[in-house]
Design a protein around this ligand. Sequence first.
Ligand code: NDP
Length: 485
Amino acid sequence: MTHPAQPKASHFINGAYVEDTAGTPIPVIYAATGEQIATVHAATPAIVEQALSTAKAAQKAWAKMTGTERGRILRRAADIMRERNHELSVLETYDTGKPLQETLVADATSGADALEYFGGLAGSLTGEHIPLGEDWVYTKREALGLCVGIGAWNYPTQIACWKGAPALACGNSMVFKPSETTPLCALKVAEILHEAGAPAGIYNVIQGMGEVGGALVTDPRVDKVSLTGSVPTGKKVYAAAAEGMKHVTMELGGKSPLIIFDDADVDNAVGGAINGNFYSSGQVCSNGTRVFVQKGIKEKFLARLAERTGNAILGDPMDEATSFGPMVTENQMNIVLGYIEKGKEEGARLICGGKRADMDGYFIEPTVFADVTDDMTIAREEIFGPVMSVLDFDTEEEVVARANDTEFGLSAGVFTKDFTRAHRVIGNLEAGSCFINSYNDAPVEAPFGGVKASGVGRENSKEAIKHFSQVKSIYVRMGDVEAAF
Ligand code: NDP
């Protein structure tokens, strides 16, 4: 019997599901059991061509609709997503292994927020009027054209919507390629957009590995590439896009600092560290994986952290009581276990966790290392798993310098009751998405993205509009034209 997660076909192009079984089969494995639940096929060159030519052909008419009309479709799609939240959350759990407790509140709901927010903005995307005496200039905010979205595997529904919603609001069309690891959810986003009234060809999804992404990025018809992925992939995609002078948004990895001062509320700081390290089993780009704790609060913080981490419920992700799921794949689990061994070898003190959980699926116990030093591998490299490194510090000046000593710059957080210090420290940290007395909130209204190697451009908020549109400036002369001859 076919598993309920099996999609109708591998791709969604021109308003319909499309299959081409000549493409390499991609098995979809449920991370909680290791069982194969579905198969999709990587896009063949014919499928890539179909998606690009369809999206290119559909875009101009879409851009000519009023923003209000486009927005209405996006908002209708948001409503459908909310109505089907449970079903979409179950699919997200099959795709990623994340517990239903999370997916019910963080995935289709976050996607719906983006569709609703950008749907609401679509009717108000205007230019300006610049008076120049009798003459004047007016500007128009125009679509870029055909945009490509490429997603990572940790938030397949959310990423498909965070890229699709602003792109479509601005009058672009999109071809989206999910990660080969989580190919299911974006197809539902395409299906729902179509059901909500998006014209055929405006939002297409095709499957495949890096080479399909590469074919999309290098195609001369593509005007913009928005990638969520790792820094090495980001460098390759950015370079390929530069060849064609294409616009880019790069949402890449991080090794973000979370700084806890002596005067912080211990339980709130522990809560922030848990949210910033163990949500989605640590598979979150903005995680605050370098937790700098001032020496006066250190032992109290570690004791409370160990106690609360012990309350994590590992188990069947479909059980809403489960609060901690598996790694997305066996491969990712092995990478993370390798980092845990490195942490032990390099002399970090294991506070809790530190091994694969004794159960089916790719579960790793939530792991905390204390006495971590800046040079240790676990403090320098992005792990993308449930491994928290706690580092000690004495002074504000010292911790800011150490926090900034990394190639990454996605996020940063500070816990303190001293508000002057909180704002000063955040002001001095090199990061794009920051938090004071909180961690990892990502409302659609707030810009999201990194500095340094963590990325280029911003998603969400009005900032995203700038990255999916361009300004045309038109000079209007009211009098005669003067010329030299
Ligand atoms: P990868 O960089 O491995 O892959 C990202 C996407 O790019 C995948 O769809 C992948 O395809 C595709 N891809 C790979 N090579 C190429 C290429 N040469 N040209 C075009 N596309 C290509 O990232 P992961 O999926 O492993 O995701 C984890 C990473 O994503 C982490 O580093 C994490 O920090 C980052 N991330 C960043 C976020 C942010 O907003 N800043 C949010 C979430 C994750 P395929 O995998 O199918 O081969």
